[in-house]
Ligand binder design. Structure first.
Ligand code: 5GP
Length: 187
């Protein structure tokens, strides 16, 4: 499995989407979340959008392999059923999750998991990208920037660091990371 994590706005989603369209043998782990759906998002494609009550019930029933309160009152988690769904298709799983969730998955799956930290060229550039994305309210943007500052400190906990400066270069590097990891595993 491949776990991609990054501070919000580092370009993680773009890189993950590219890899999914480039390699047929990859499939995306659709997380569950209680946050509001953005206009362009589709339920059961980008996320399984759940009410807080539905989310809590799944936590109680032990249906998550990992879950986090990523922002105050906004829960995100990986369902065990999602891992089963993708492995049943004989595909490798790609995760797009927060730093703590990524560390947890790496701890659980060890050598079967490549954990990649995507890093923006600088904090200033990251904040600019977040602002220009225009998907967040003022309050939410503030929360995200505070979190970014914390998350930037975790890069050394991962197997690989991928710097997203020039996107085309980062996309190629991401492809190499996938190919290298699979070659090494099946040599
Ligand atoms: P966003 O609201 O921008 O889609 O995601 C916010 C953060 O939650 C991102 O860092 C994203 O990677 C993370 N996230 C998404 N799904 C999961 C999940 O299943 N588990 C955890 N721990 N974090 C997640």
């Amino acid at each position: 499995m491949f776990v991609f994590t990054a501070p919000s706005g580092a370009g993680k989603t773009t890189i993950v989407r590219h890899l999914l369209s480039h390699f047929e043998f990859l499939d995306f782990s659709i997380s569950a979340t209680t946050r509001a759906k953005r206009d362009h998002e589709v339920n059961a494609k980008d996320y399984y959008f759940l009410t807080p009550q539905e989310f809590r019930t799944k936590v109680k029933n032990n249906e998550f392999v990992e879950w986090e309160e990523v922002y105050d009152d906004q829960f995100y988690g990986t369902l065990k059923s999602e891992i089963d769904r993708i492995w049943a298709k004989n595909k490798h799983i790609v995760f797009d999750i927060d730093v703590r969730g990524a560390t947890n998955l790496k701890g659980m799956y060890g050598e079967d998991c490549l954990a990649v930290f995507i890093k923006p060229p600088s904090l200033e550039i990251l904040i600019e990208r977040l602002k220009s994305r225009n998907t967040e309210s003022q309050g939410s943007l503030k929360k995200r920037i505070a979190r970014v500052k914390r998350e930037m400190g975790y890069e050394n906990d991962f197997d690989q660091i991928l710097i997203n400066d020039l996107l085309q270069v980062a996309l190629k590097e991401a492809e190499f990371l996938i190919e290298d990891f699979l070659d090494l595993k099946y040599e």
